[in-house]
Design a protein around this ligand. Structure first.
Ligand SMILES: Nc1ncnc2c1ncn2[C@@H]1O[C@H](COP(=O)(O)OP(=O)(O)O)[C@@H](O)[C@H]1O
Ligand SMILES: [Mg+2]
Length: 349
């Protein structure tokens, strides 16, 4: 009988408890670049939370600002030409915006680890795999070289690298792309980070290896580890995430629990993305693309950024930025269709 009171579902948890469960809180994040063509925001006033142990997907077409969002969290945007502004980016209550570059570096890897599309960006081509893993471990943990070597080897084993003792002596270029990605995953997970940021971690891999790598991330991710998973693939979100944020042209335009986003998408862009998932109909793959293209950040419209591709757009969308309206059950969508009055918007496409 007691167990009934031990596990509290999220929606009945008091607000004060939930606050302490927030791993990452981002408030009012904007980031962009100053280029020859002008200054632009690639990320415009983005706010979100990731709770402990939760996997959150950040989805959208190429160029929408997903990578810039991810890189901004650890201030990895080179400035100049880049700039980052935020009211707050806090990890377990510590505002990362206030930390020195040295403090931030010590958080990176140990508390927040990143998995990139290109393993080359995380692995040094000059050093053997084993040495890189041992040094990373010893940088963050007070352990002997031999203990670190054993830990590294056992991680290579866990991520499915055959003959790990021999692989410890390999240079990255001696491994296939899939194997390099496994090494990077081992390196990301071996310090038990509180947050993993994975930016299109499998895009460079073939379909079979992709599935294996996702399976691996799922298996290896500890219960308390939160994850921000960036992808342009709604299918991956369905497999991997508890909650979803949809990004379009620098803004988060919809967010909610995975099940609600898939069953009851609200924003016309989200509906378009879901229709674009390849479906097998009569032995043929059908793909309904969203017509048009993501605008360049130098030419974002004044109001809703999706206006040029939207079948519902009215005058109001031209002039005003739609706020994120509450659609119930924690789902939110930035579309005037969700507002109190739809005005001159076309409610039927
Ligand atoms: N280093 C940079 N210099 C100038 N513009 C950049 C740079 N990095 C990204 N951008 C621009 O910022 C926008 C968002 O890019 P990005 O976050 O990489 O998109 P996504 O990851 O969603 O595909 C794009 O228009 C891109 O061209
Ligand atoms: Mg990207």
């Amino acid at each position: 009988m007691m167990t009934r009171y031990l596990s509290k579902p999220e929606n009945t948890m008091p607000a004060s408890d939930r606050q302490s469960e927030v791993t990452l809180a981002v408030r009012g994040l904007s980031a962009g670049f100053v280029t020859d063509e002008g200054r632009f925001k690639a990320v415009d006033d983005v706010s979100f939370d990731i709770f402990r142990g939760e996997s959150v997907g950040l989805v959208g077409e190429s160029g929408c600002g997903k990578s810039v969002t991810a890189l901004s969290i650890l201030r990895l945007i080179p400035s100049p030409p880049g700039f980052i502004e935020a009211e707050r980016i806090s990890y377990n209550g510590i505002n990362l915006m206030d930390l020195s570059p040295a403090k931030l570096r010590s958080i990176r890897g140990r508390d927040i680890s990143m998995i990139f599309q290109e393993p080359q960006s995380a692995l040094s081509p000059l050093h053997r795999i084993g040495r890189q893993m041992v040094e990373t471990l010893r940088l963050h943990q007070n352990i002997s070289r031999e203990a670190a070597r054993q830990t590294a080897e056992s991680w290579l084993q866990r991520v499915g690298i055959p003959d790990p003792a021999a692989r410890m002596n390999a240079y990255p270029y001696q491994l296939s792309g899939g194997m390099q990605q496994r090494v990077m995953i081992a390196m990301s997970l071996m310090l038990s980070p509180g947050l993993i940021i994975a930016d299109e971690p499998t895009t460079a891999l073939d379909v079979t290896t992709q599935a294996q790598v996702f399976e691996l991330i799922k298996e290896m991710k500890q219960q308390d580890t939160a994850m921000l998973l960036i992808t342009h693939d709604m299918g991956v979100v369905w497999e991997m995430c508890d909650r979803v944020m949809i990004m379009y042209a620098s803004r988060i335009i919809e967010s909610g629990a995975r099940i609600d986003i898939f069953h009851r998408p609200r924003h016309p862009y989200t509906i378009g993305l879901l229709n674009a998932i390849p479906r097998l109909t009569k032995n043929k793959t059908r793909l309904t693309d969203i017509p048009g293209q993501v605008p360049s950040p130098l030419e974002y419209p004044k109001g809703c950024h999706f206006i040029k591709r939207c079948a519902h757009a009215g005058k109001r969308c031209e002039n005003e930025k739609p706020p994120l309206y509450d659609c119930g059950k924690g789902q939110r969508a930035a579309c005037f269709l969700m507002g109190p009055g739809t005005g001159d918007l076309k409610t039927e496409p």
